[in-house]
Design a protein around this ligand. Sequence first.
Ligand code: PAF
Length: 279
Amino acid sequence: MRTVHTLFDLRAALAGAPRSAFVPTMGNLHEGHLSLVRQARAAGGGPVVASIFVNRLQFAPHEDFDTYPRTLERDAQLLRDAGCDLLFAPSEADLYPEPQGYKVHPPTELADILEGHFRPGFFVGVCTVVLKLFNCVQPAIAVFGKKDYQQLMVIRRMVDQLALPIDILGGETTRADDGLALSSRNGYLSAAERVEAVTLSRTLRGVAEAVAAGRRDFAAIEAESLQALAARGWAPDYVAIRRQRDLGPPQAGDTALVTLAAARLGTTRLIDNLELALL
Ligand code: PAF
């Protein structure tokens, strides 16, 4: 695997190669990212390209941009072992040589709800960097984790509406043995918080079981889940039951649903989701 740090070197490395399968990341990689790399390897005929770039544009001033772990050497070794061919790890000066004035504003009905409501501007930052990375790498395929369910949907919509010639694939969430969704931010948890963290996925399973048992009072299930998290010391942002196709509130006849949650445990904000099928 080769590592390049500039757009110039990236273009030179890709010149003449078939269009790639691309996995954009912010680094501090874990098994979830590596499963996306393996999925990219299996899906595409061209080289597998990963990027590592901690994107300032998607962090609010009070968030963890400065402390987000930068572990490039370790990440490069993991990517190499997972079958990645080329790592693009640009500096800020290379990706944003001047303040990024042109930005991608995703539609508010998709991007200002749930994560976008609690992290205003987050999806503007994500779409802007992802479009820019797509323009740099020009992949045929890009793989994003379903753990960031809304992000995957926002990016799919951007690719559709802007007619980008890229197939977007969703990768299943990788979980620890106890069910906690793997996340770079799990590393912020203390030992005691790590034990408690599994409550988030258990909460979503509780929602799924309530729905599977026939409950359709979604607002009440959401409120009970929020209360239960708060009672255990969490500061929940949302527990929501939405339809998969646009993350709108379920209407009669919707059968493909998803329950999504975001909550803070101590200073660490965790998100997770679970797809539900109504029979
Ligand atoms: O999911 C992430 O790691 C980031 O939001 C992404 C897609 C790499 C854009 O910075």
